[in-house]
Design a protein around this ligand. Structure first.
Ligand code: HEM
Length: 353
């Protein structure tokens, strides 16, 4: 049984995992509805905690005002990049003309982005609560405490990155970094949950078989992160196509993305192979119980992921599929991570032969 402190932590950890899912879903909706710039400033939205609903609530010069603010912010970011030795990038940001293009006020987009930010702030708060609840565990579960501290730091960093994404007018590679940090925060939250939960799984396998399972589960994670990175690059490419060729309709975007989309599709085969190898090994070693259910869930979610991918590719980038695709990629990663954590449990606790 869990101690009181552990139970409290588990509940907060579980709620933050749900919040992280919602956040990723909200991010997907923001993107598929093109609401990323719905709030031109950060952390407030049009300088307000509750954004305006009508144009009349904004000053007449609102477009120039927020463009100016964004330029100032980018200058600060460019200076930071200069100091860090990324001079070329700083020059690129200083000369990016697209940053100077003002956004029209659109209440629908503003509120979509605003709700996304509210979910983001709630998630940050929940991770702060997790950290506070991990303090009593510092003696018994020090790793959980330090990982919760790291997650709190990462979520703050993610908030800052989010502000840069907005001020650099959704600078493409920033979105990839933003996505990868989200995946990292998510993985850490799953791990702390796993560490406290310690699902009892005793396997009747030998050392060699365990090595195979560890290797196969590690491979699924590596390919998954690789595919998520490539997928995010496909999305960057789609964004670039949209802004360079505004005359194109949704169904024409992908044809212009070139190599990266081909790579994304090809990698699906490798993904399929590593997933089947993992499942086949588990089948061969007669592994049952919770971890087996997870492996089945992995295959089912993979199938759904491919279906949403096909909906994107062949049904004119259906907006529902954009949001579902990114959400499922996260679910899939979460399931794979949990399988990995189980197989990487200390040998003495895991195998009975
Ligand atoms: C296991 C398989 C797959 C994974 C893990 C995966 C993951 C991802 C991720 C994380 C993104 C970025 C989404 C975003 O940032 O909004 C993405 C984008 C994309 N993926 Fe996949 N994907 C998979 C399979 C496929 C397949 C089979 C197709 C099509 C045949 C596909 C088509 C696309 C397209 C078109 C985009 C760009 C979406 C956009 O611009 O909103 N994906 N993928």
């Amino acid at each position: 049984m869990y101690s009181k402190a552990e139970s409290r932590f588990l509940s907060a950890n579980f709620i933050s995992l749900i919040a992280l899912f919602l956040l990723i879903l909200a991010g997907g909706i923001v993107r598929s509805s093109g609401s990323g710039m719905g709030c031109p400033d950060w952390p407030k939205c049009f300088d307000q905690y509750i954004p305006p609903t009508e144009l009349s609530q904004l000053p007449a010069n609102y477009k120039e005002k927020y463009v100016l603010k964004r330029i100032e912010k980018n200058e600060r970011f460019a200076k930071l990049l200069d100091k860090m030795g990324y001079g070329d990038l700083a020059i690129k940001i200083r000369h990016d003309e697209s940053i100077k293009v003002p956004e029209e006020f659109n209440p629908g987009k503003t509120y979509t982005e605003y709700i996304n930010r509210l979910i983001g702030a709630t998630t940050g708060l929940l991770l702060l609560i997790c950290f506070a609840l991990a303090i009593p565990l510092i003696k018994t579960k020090a790793v959980v405490f330090w990982l919760s501290a790291l997650n709190l730091f990462l979520v703050g960093f993610q908030g800052w990155l989010g502000s840069i994404v907005v001020s650099t007018n959704l600078l493409a590679w920033m979105i990839t970094v933003h996505m990868l940090v989200a995946v990292l925060i998510f993985a850490i939250s799953i791990y702390t949950y796993f560490l406290i939960r310690q699902p009892k799984q005793v396997l009747s396998i030998n050392n060699k078989q365990l090595v195979y399972l560890r290797l196969a589960s590690l491979l699924t994670i590596v390919v998954s992160v690789w595919q998520i990175t490539i997928g995010t690059e496909v999305r960057e490419e789609v964004d670039a196509v949209k802004s360079y060729f505004p005359e194109l309709v949704r169904s024409e975007w992908l044809a212009e993305t070139g190599r990266i989309f081909t790579e994304h599709k090809q990698l699906v085969w490798l993904y399929l192979v590593v997933s089947i190898v993992l499942y086949a090994l588990m089948f061969k070693f007669k592994i049952s119980g919770f971890v087996n259910k997870l492996a089945i869930a992995m295959l089912v979610v993979f199938g759904l992921q491919v279906i949403t991918g096909i909906a994107l590719a062949y049904f004119a980038m259906a907006p529902w599929a954009q949001a579902a695709h990114v959400l499922l990629a996260t679910v899939l990663f979460g399931v794979q991570a949990y399988i990995l954590f189980i197989f990487y449990t200390k040998k003495s606790e895991l195998i009975s032969v």
